[in-house]
Structures are given as C-alpha cells and as structure tokens.
Design a protein around this ligand. Structure first.
Ligand code: ATP
Ligand code: LTN
Length: 332
C-alpha cells in the first residue's frame, strides 16, 4: 500500500517561484511513489475579499498552473476544495474541538489580520481548522508544504490527539509535515526579510511561474543584495544573496559550495544574469503548456470532475466514521 500525500494551495494571485520551489516542485517528485491528492483551496481564498468572477477564472488558471508545472492528472487526484462538501462539514466537527487559544497563536493569522485590517473575519481566524479537515478527510500520511505552514500542521496534529482522546483512536490518522531541507522559505526579492508571497501587492517582490522572460529577468536582476562583492552563502549577513543562491541551488541541483566556487572572483551581477537565464529556461515550457491548457476548458473541466468524484468518495468514508463516532444519527 502506497502512503497518502495531500497538499494544496490557496487560490489567490498566481503561483510564485516560492510556491514552486517550496511546494509544487516537491509534489511532482512524489507523484510516482505515493498515492497523491492535490487540491485548489478555493474555500480558503474566501478568507480575504475576492472578486467572484476573478476567483472562478483563477481556479481554472491554478489548475492549469498545477498541470503545467508537472502534476499529472492521471497519477494524482487533482480537485477543487469546494467540490467536495465534506471539507466544510468535517471542519465544523473539528471547530468544536479547536481551542481558541491554539488559533490565537497562529502567526499567519496575526500577519494577515495586520495586512487586512478592514476584513478580520472569523474565517481568517478559523482557517487552520479547515486546513486540518482538508488533511484528515483523506487520512494523509504526509503533507508537503513550505516552512510557513508548519504551525498549521502542528494544530492539525493536536486536533487528531484531542479527537482520539475524546472519541477513540484510529478514526483520524496522524499526519506528518514534509518540508524540504532547501527552499522551504523563499524570500521576497526586494525585502529578503519577508517571505515571497503571491498576494504581495508589489509584484517586484515575486516571480510568478507564468511571468514572461522579460519580467523575470528584470525582477531577478533588480533583487536586493548587499554591497559586498564576495559570492558566499551567509543567511545572516547577506540574506538577499542567500535567497538567490537558494533559488539557484534548487533549480540547478548544485550545492551552495559548488556555486560559491563557480562565482569566485565574479560579481553579483554575473550571478544574477545567470540565475535570470536559469529561471527563464525553467519556466518557459511551463508558460507554453499553461497557455495551451487555458485554451482547453473542456479538458480542465474533465480533470476537475474526475478529481471531485474520486476525492468525494474517499472523503465520505472518513466523514461517515467521524459522524458515527461523535454520535450523530445516520440518516434513515
Ligand atoms: P498568499 O500570499 O496568498 O498567502 P502564499 O504565496 O503564501 O500565498 P500559499 O497558497 O499560502 O502561498 O502556499 C502554497 C504552498 O506554497 C504552501 O505549501 C506554502 O508553504 C508554500 N509556500 C508559500 N510561500 C512560500 C515561500 N516563500 N517559500 C517556500 N514555500 C512557500
Ligand atoms: N494553508 C495552505 C493551503 C492549504 C493546505 C491545506 C496545504 C489549505 N489546506 C492542506 C496543505 C494541506 C497555504 O498554503 N496557505
């Protein structure tokens, strides 16, 4: 029996190099050896205000980005969260087990409520409980995410313990986070003390996986670095350069040491130029595939339908067990 992997991305903005390196690049590497489910977190997107038309469009766009980045719909179950109603239902049960204190500790909530001061809604606060439902419905063993999601997965693990203590062991499986050693936290290009984020209002801070070559080049070349001239991975003193070296290292599969040697005696500008070329080369085929997929709505709908059918079946098995365990009467 293959182990189960589940992950997803919130449908906001366009996927960035951070999402690719921290998450989706790892998802594609797991698709042959694991039983994988990857979803479009459209319900999560509603925690910040969305234009309804744009959200619909973006859901298709995200699906096309997933597939263009290498997720094969034949090997993985790919689906939209809102197509499987069990997510919201399990969330309710888990909400009744989630202590307010645990949610209060979530750093993402603190950051997002500082950013969206006019829309601090209950959904933004309880979002990690919905994320726990996403994971637990499919009895996932591992959840491949970037560093920023570690705390949410910890909450999910706590909820499994609370649930098992109250209603019995073996109904919900304890998941593990799966966080890559390199690239789990790609930083903003202009401010390397902040995480690269696809909903950043300054687009110079991120490279989107569907940006054109010109944009990519400009953004990488104007990334903030220090005024020194020695190419060395030093996270504390040279965070901007360290970020570029991390991107370089993951995309080229070369170690920091190898890169440092290659750039001995060369200027930062040289490295930036080469990195820009590497990013362009990596993303050019993605953009071609993406444009092609976006012209084929029928195909995208077919992927969504197939994914929703398979995911719903599995989700219902878990939800049935949970409803039973907590004492809800089965519908006669
Ligand atoms: P938003 O700005 O809308 O909050 P985001 O860029 O943080 O979006 P998510 O949808 O929250 O992206 O994340 C999707 C996946 O990408 C998650 O597994 C997350 O951990 C990972 N991820 C997000 N940003 C980064 C980053 N800068 N470096 C590495 N991984 C990241
Ligand atoms: N919260 C995640 C997206 C997400 C997720 C999940 C990731 C929602 N549900 C379940 C892994 C497993 C984020 O990246 N913002």
């Amino acid at each position: 029996m293959k182990k189960t992997i589940l992950s997803g991305s919130t449908v906001t903005g366009d996927l960035t190099l951070g999402n690719y390196i921290g998450a989706i690049n790892n998802w594609t590497q797991l698709q042959d050896d694991y039983d994988c489910l990857y979803f479009l977190a459209d319900l999560h997107a509603l925690t910040v205000q969305q234009d309804p038309k744009l959200l619909k469009e973006r859901t298709y766009s995200f699906l096309a980005q997933y597939v263009a980045l290498g997720l094969d719909p034949q090997k993985n179950i790919i689906f939209a969260q809102s197509h499987v109603h069990q997510h919201a239902e399990l969330m309710w049960i888990l909400s009744c087990l989630t202590p307010m204190g645990n949610l209060n500790r979530m750093t993402q909530f603190k950051e997002k409520s500082e950013k969206h001061t006019k829309n601090i809604n209950a959904g933004l606060f309880t979002y990690p409980t919905l994320m726990a439902a996403d994971i637990l419905l499919y009895q996932a063993d591992k959840v491949p995410v970037g560093e920023d999601q570690k705390q949410h997965i910890e909450l999910c693990r706590d909820l499994v313990t609370y649930f098992s203590n109250r209603y019995g062991e073996g109904i919900l499986k304890m998941p593990e986070p799966f966080i890559a050693k390199t690239g789990a936290r790609i930083m903003s290009l202009q401010d390397p003390t902040k995480k690269m984020s696809k909903s950043d209002e300054n687009e110079k801070n991120f490279v989107s996986v569907i940006d054109d070559a010109k944009k990519i080049e400009k953004k990488i070349k104007s990334a903030t670095t220090d005024s020194d001239i020695v190419v060395k991975y030093d996270l504390e003193n040279k965070p901007g350069l360290a970020n570029l070296l991390t991107i370089y290292s993951v995309l080229s599969k070369k170690s920091y040491e190898t890169l440092e040697k290659e750039y001995e005696g060369k200027m930062y500008g040289h490295l930036k130029g080469d990195l820009a070329n590497l990013v362009v080369e990596t993303l050019a085929p993605v953009k071609i595939k993406y444009d092609d997929l976006m012209k084929n709505r029928d195909y995208l709908d077919q992927v969504l339908k197939q994914g929703a059918d398979k995911a719903s079946q599995r989700a219902q098995v878990t939800l049935g067990k949970v409803y039973d365990a907590v004492g809800l009467v089965r519908r006669p």
